[in-house]
Design a protein around this ligand. Structure first.
Ligand code: CTP
Ligand code: MG
Length: 223
């Protein structure tokens, strides 16, 4: 059985206003748009959605259209605290866990399948894209040193793990709250994580310009 944990407990501070996962993208809240892609995927059995502690009723209402079973649990102060809260309620019968940001509604069924296949074969896998832009530090408004982009990846989600590997990683991590994704916790326990080719469109809606782009593209695709 494969479960997906959707961390959706953030406050969306860089975007401002109502937390982005609760706002409408097209005809439904962003959180539901993201969850529906997994609801339609034949390999996914169930969801754990981690919501803002003060908006759990709203989250439950948003998720009513899902066909598959889901649990809603309150999140924590950081993304990793929220993922841990989701992991804590996961049934032991789950073999593979995918973790996917609520803020990435453009995830495709194909990338989900690739992450699942690679996780089943190797224990852990994550979607990512090789960096194609020139990368450079900047300080006080000016550029400084250039970083070679060779072998550099921009991480995406979903990230997939065999259930027992993810549990071990969270048990052994010294300070979970600092990491912004889950690969960071799994690598130190000696588990390799396979690179799955992500998609450019699988952006994490973070800023106002991301939201504007997402709204335009969503409209064009004409759900
Ligand atoms: N997230 C979470 N719990 C937190 C922080 C983040 O579940 N304490 C979730 C967000 O809801 C989002 C995903 O993790 O789906 C990725 O986080 P991010 O894009 O940073 O969202 P926010 O933290 O809400 O935004 P910001 O950092 O701008 O405040
Ligand atoms: Mg954040």
């Amino acid at each position: 059985m494969i479960a997906v944990i959707i961390p959706a407990a953030g406050s969306g501070s860089r975007l401002g206003g109502l937390p982005k996962q609760l706002r409408h993208l097209g005809n439904a809240p962003l959180l539901l748009q993201t969850a529906l892609v997994f609801d339609r995927h034949p390999d996914i059995s169930c969801f754990v959605v981690v919501g803002p502690p003060d908006a759990l009723d709203t989250v439950k209402e948003i998720l009513i259209p899902l066909d598959k079973p889901y649990q809603v649990v309150p999140g924590g102060a950081t993304r990793q605290d929220s993922v841990r809260a989701g992991l804590d309620v996961l049934d032991e019968s789950i073999e593979v866990v995918l973790i996917h940001d609520a803020a990435r509604p453009f995830i495709s069924g194909e990338v989900i399948t690739d992450v699942i296949d690679s996780t089943k074969a190797y224990g852990a896998a994550a979607a990512a894209l090789p960096i194609t832009d020139t990368v450079r530090y900047g300080k006080d408004g000016c550029f400084t040193t250039t970083i070679s982009r060779e072998n550099l990846y921009a991480m995406q989600t979903p990230q997939g793990f065999r259930h027992e590997i993810l549990r071990k990683a969270f048990r052994q991590a010294e300070d979970v709250s600092k990491s912004t994704d889950d690969v960071e916790l799994v690598y130190p326990i000696g588990q390799t994580v396979q690179i799955v080719h992500g998609e450019r469109t699988n952006i994490k809606i973070t800023t106002q310009s991301d939201w504007d782009w997402a709204s335009k593209v969503w409209k064009k695709e004409g759900e």
